[in-house]
Design a protein around this ligand. Structure first.
Ligand SMILES: NC(=O)CC[C@H](N)C(=O)O
Length: 290
């Protein structure tokens, strides 16, 4: 937790996508009771990112965000280092979730040959996602999402899904499930931190691109599933013979995950008219409140 004298600067990656909405929500929901002063600013360069202790990677189009970052001198390496630093709070929404995965597959829509498979920047350890699993733009939808850890948890969160990614799998799978009510997640085994398999012990298929080093201090931090879609909204599983391996079907509907100071949502809280997810991330991940 930062001391009251240090202002906390939250960057919102502004290379493409819904960054203005996040800045508006963060500005609106900054906790008035907090002794820390917070401010949210757009980020377009490594110098701007250097002033931040937290970052939002917005929704939009992950391939465009990736290529603009790639064309901005120093930006991609600076972003990857920031996202993988366990001390930095980072939240990825939709395209941002894809970029915070370690590996991604893609279905539906237009797939550029040779780009079926992408390496994410990391952030949530061992996360693989499947892009566009919920369909195209016209198949966008809103679902009432029960998020038990939010304030006023009995009031469902209006979660908006636009060409959203789904969790494909997590390796190693060390999941704490806070979404008790979901039928899809209730049978999922919950592993304790003591039963974690070290990533180094897992066999790596020969065809897997080289891994970036995982942040060592996060390696025992469990991933918490904070929200699971009701069964009727869950997507069909991606193919089991893809380059990502077989999906973990009971995790497909997990649409909000947190690992330490990192969080991903496959939906768009910045379009919902409800600031509770922004408030949760600021309080738990940025300010480190219990
Ligand atoms: N709404 C979104 O952020 C869509 C993400 C988009 N499908 C992608 O692959 O990047």
């Amino acid at each position: 937790m930062s001391s009251s004298s240090e202002p906390i600067i939250i960057g919102v990656l502004a290379l493409q996508g819904a960054f203005a909405e996040h800045i508006a929500y963060l500005t609106h929901c900054l906790p008035s009771s907090s002794t820390s002063s917070l401010t949210a600013i757009p980020i377009r360069s490594p110098t701007e990112l250097a002033s931040c202790s937290a970052l939002v990677i917005p929704g939009g189009e992950s391939t465009v965000i990736q290529s603009v970052a790639d064309r901005t001198p120093g930006m991609l390496a600076t972003l990857q280092a920031f996202v993988r630093d366990p001390e930095k709070a980072v939240w990825g929404t939709c395209a941002g979730m894809i970029l915070m995965a370690e590996e991604e597959g893609v279905g539906g829509g237009k797939v550029i040959p040779g780009r079926e498979r992408q390496r994410g920047w990391g952030g949530i350890e061992g996360l693989k996602v499947w892009r566009n699993l919920y369909g195209n733009q016209l198949e966008s939808f809103e679902a009432p999402l029960v998020i038990p850890d939010l304030s006023n948890p009995t009031e469902p969160f209006p979660a908006i899904f636009i060409r959203a990614p789904a969790v494909h799998s997590l390796h190693p799978r060390k999941l704490e499930d806070h979404t008790a009510s979901s039928s899809a997640s209730s049978s999922a085994p919950t592993l304790s931190a003591s039963s974690i398999t070290s990533p180094a012990q897992l066999p790596t298929p020969a065809s897997t691109p080289p891994r970036l080093a995982s942040p060592s201090s996060s390696s025992r931090v469990p991933v918490i599933a904070l929200a699971t879609l009701p069964a009727e909204y869950q997507p069909p599983p991606p193919p089991s013979d893809s380059h990502l391996g077989a999906p973990t079907v009971e995790d497909l509907g997990k649409v909000m995950l947190r690992q330490g100071k990192k969080m991903v949502t496959s939906f768009h809280p910045e379009l919902s008219g409800d600031v509770r997810v922004h408030r949760y991330w600021v309080e738990k991940c940025v300010l480190g409140e219990k």
